[in-house]
Ligand binder design. Structure first.
Ligand code: IPE
Ligand code: IPE
Ligand code: MG
Ligand code: MG
Ligand code: MG
Length: 267
């Protein structure tokens, strides 16, 4: 659990939790348990994503993947335990209302109707092969929305609930919707650039193997549209994400910078 969770990584999801808390008028420090919990769920998803039965990868966060280091059985169990521990941390460390809201958001975002469901769709698109009729842009966006964006959306919503603990209810609905829209666009930009990194990136910088998606027959943006159009689409979705932040004013400036930084990422 420690090997995979504490390996060098970008920590984008915890950062989103903290920045959303700030954008909603809360203190980042109060959101640290939520930030840690979501990174545990994300790290579990990577351990399982790398297993031979899934993407079959041997390098993650610059280190041998968990199953290469400890064997498949322990890797499966380390993932199970990180997933479970995330909810223990939320329940133990957050005040009651925020704890229950965060458990709801994280379980929804990570579960069958979110990340896990998206992983199922990702694998099933792969086994259908790249030339299937159903491999449309619409299918691809749906896979990204589930496997990637739904956890980002959960991060943002968790940050908001922590910020709102004990505060009056009125302005919330519009702001949650705005965070959702930002998170949806953020997730699409993030996964398009992840798919581009697989083609253009360098394993030593990215900390994971590259040039794997095409050989596995993954349905990806660059596979469907080419690299140039994928980059343009990422830039367009990035502008859309920034536009969603208007209701927060200057409090969301760092969220705007974060999504812009995805366009040039190397890892
Ligand atoms: C990789 O996530 C998995 C995807 C959802 C594409 P990150 O690129 O955020 O990986 P880490 O956390 O920095 O290792
Ligand atoms: C993984 O997507 C998404 C998860 C929910 C873990 P990928 O399979 O593209 O992630 P990488 O490229 O292995 O990091
Ligand atoms: Mg995968
Ligand atoms: Mg993978
Ligand atoms: Mg990838």
């Amino acid at each position: 659990m420690r090997y995979s969770l504490l390996a060098p990584a970008k920590r984008l999801r915890p950062i989103l939790v903290l920045l959303a808390a700030e954008a909603c008028g809360g203190r980042a420090k109060a959101a640290l348990p939520a930030a840690a919990a979501v990174e545990m769920v994300h790290s579990y998803s990577l351990i399982h994503d790398d297993l031979p039965a899934m993407d079959d990868d041997d390098l993650r966060r610059g280190l041998p993947t968990c199953h290469k280091q400890f064997g498949e059985a322990l890797a499966i169990l380390a993932g199970d335990a990180l997933l479970t521990y995330a909810f223990q941390v939320l329940a133990d460390e957050l005040p009651a209302q925020a704890a229950s809201a965060c458990c709801r958001e994280l379980s929804r975002g990570a579960g069958a109707a979110g990340m896990v469901g998206g992983q199922v769709q990702d694998l099933s698109a792969e086994s259908n092969g790249a030339a299937q009729k159903r491999d449309t842009l619409e299918t691809l966006m749906l896979i990204h929305a589930n496997k990637t964006a739904s956890l980002f959306r959960a991060c943002l919503r968790m940050g908001a609930w922590v910020a709102w603990e004990g505060k009056p209810v009125e302005p919330r609905t519009g702001l949650l919707d705005a965070l959702d829209q930002y998170g949806q666009n953020f997730g699409q930009v993030f996964q398009i650039t992840d798919d581009l990194l697989d083609i253009e990136g360098d394993a030593t910088v990215a900390g994971k193997r590259v040039n794997k998606d095409a050989s596995r027959g993954k349905l990806t943006y660059p596979g469907l549209l080419g690299q140039e159009r994928s980059r343009l689409e990422a830039a367009r979705l990035c502008d859309q994400a920034v536009a969603c932040l208007v209701p927060f004013g200057p409090a969301a400036e760092r969220l705007a910078s974060l999504v812009r930084s995805l366009l040039n990422r190397r890892n």
